[in-house]
Design a binder for this molecule. Structure first.
Ligand SMILES: [Cu+2]
Length: 140
């Protein structure tokens, strides 16, 4: 799940997990949704995550909650509703489709071991600069 401005990761049973963990050599399929494709309540929950984690936090620009909310709404009003989900080491680069409730799928082979970041590489508004899940993929 890619939202303004972060990632939430779920296992194949739908349980939220802190990162994707796979054994070396695994063929990995990711199903990626945009927060903006969710129904109102679920979409709102994703926005709340950013506000809870980021409000007044200097690591994320030190914006107050109200302003963060406005910045997210501005991004959406400007049509910046998709995210380019990237795991550079594996050549993964997937643009979400916020107009569809079906996830975009990508498959790759986890042929390097280590810890890899999941990053948005598509301009998605003010918080884009902070949109990274550090160590979001662990192969080992
Ligand atoms: Cu982005």
């Amino acid at each position: 799940m890619a939202y303004h401005w972060g990632f939430a990761v779920y296992d194949e049973k739908g349980n939220e997990v802190p990162q994707i963990e796979v054994a070396p050599g695994t063929q990995v399929t990711l199903e990626i949704l945009a927060g903006a494709s969710l129904d109102h309540d679920a979409h709102h929950e994703m926005m709340e995550r950013t506000i809870e984690a980021w409000a007044d936090n200097t690591e994320y620009g030190g914006k107050p909650a109200m302003e963060l909310h406005e910045l997210m709404e501005e991004a959406e009003a400007a049509g910046l509703n998709d995210h380019l989900v990237t795991i550079a080491a594996f050549g993964v680069s997937v643009l979400t489709d916020h107009e569809s409730s079906e996830p975009v799928r990508v498959t790759f082979v986890a042929d390097q071991t280590g810890t890899f970041d999941i990053r948005c590489m598509g301009l998605c508004g003010w918080g884009h600069q902070f949109m990274v899940l550090e160590g979001g993929l662990v192969v080992g």
